[in-house]
Design a protein. Structure first.
Length: 187
């Protein structure tokens, strides 16, 4: 594996481990083991855990931006694009049930730790907020677009948290259906 591929593998593994175990409970050794590289090779790419965290946040931002762009291109209109956001909950049910929302869990952990990267992690929510507000504006809801975006973000985070806590797929699916109905009522 070349240097760039090794670095990318480290970041991908760290991303998954931070999601599954949490940032604080994931060590260099855990990541090196997941990538199957020596610690020396690992330290060649990253000297500090915060460097890995920055790379993970950058990766998540890039993936989120790409996903939003895809929804933008594939969605027939703003309602359809907002539904893509709602449906991501269903698509990720198994992961959410086990570990919660990857954006919410990382942000919450970094805030609790008062980590310097907490604001960077929150940028993921900001991406969704701005994108959703834009969609609501296109639905003709300019006056309350940001409020509606925040409502939907809050609702999706609450559903993800409770679905993970209770492991209740019926609740989860019924809440997603309520989000769909709520959206339809706005159109």
């Amino acid at each position: 594996m070349n240097s760039r591929a090794t670095r990318e593998s480290i970041v991908e593994a760290a991303d998954e481990l931070f999601y599954q175990q949490g940032f604080e409970h994931t060590s260099f050794a855990h990541i090196a083991s997941a990538v199957k590289i020596s610690r020396g090779n690992f330290y060649y790419h990253f000297k500090a855990k915060d460097e890995i965290l920055d790379a993970v946040i950058d990766l998540r931002l890039a993936k989120t931006e790409a996903m939003l762009e895809k929804w933008e291109m594939e969605g027939e209109g703003p309602e359809d694009r907002i539904l893509c956001f709602v449906h991501i909950l269903i698509a990720n049910w198994a992961k959410i049930e086990k570990h919660g929302c990857p954006v919410g869990t990382l942000s919450a952990e970094l805030i609790k730790l008062d980590h310097v990267a907490k604001d960077e992690a929150t940028r993921l929510f900001t991406l969704f907020r701005k994108w959703l507000a834009k969609q609501f504006e296109e639905l003709g809801r300019e006056a309350d677009a940001d409020e509606l975006a925040m409502h939907l973000l809050a609702r999706s985070q609450g559903v993800a948290t409770l679905a993970s806590a209770f492991r209740d797929e019926i609740f989860f699916k019924s809440e997603v259906e309520r989000m769909r109905s709520w959206l339809a009522s706005l159109v």
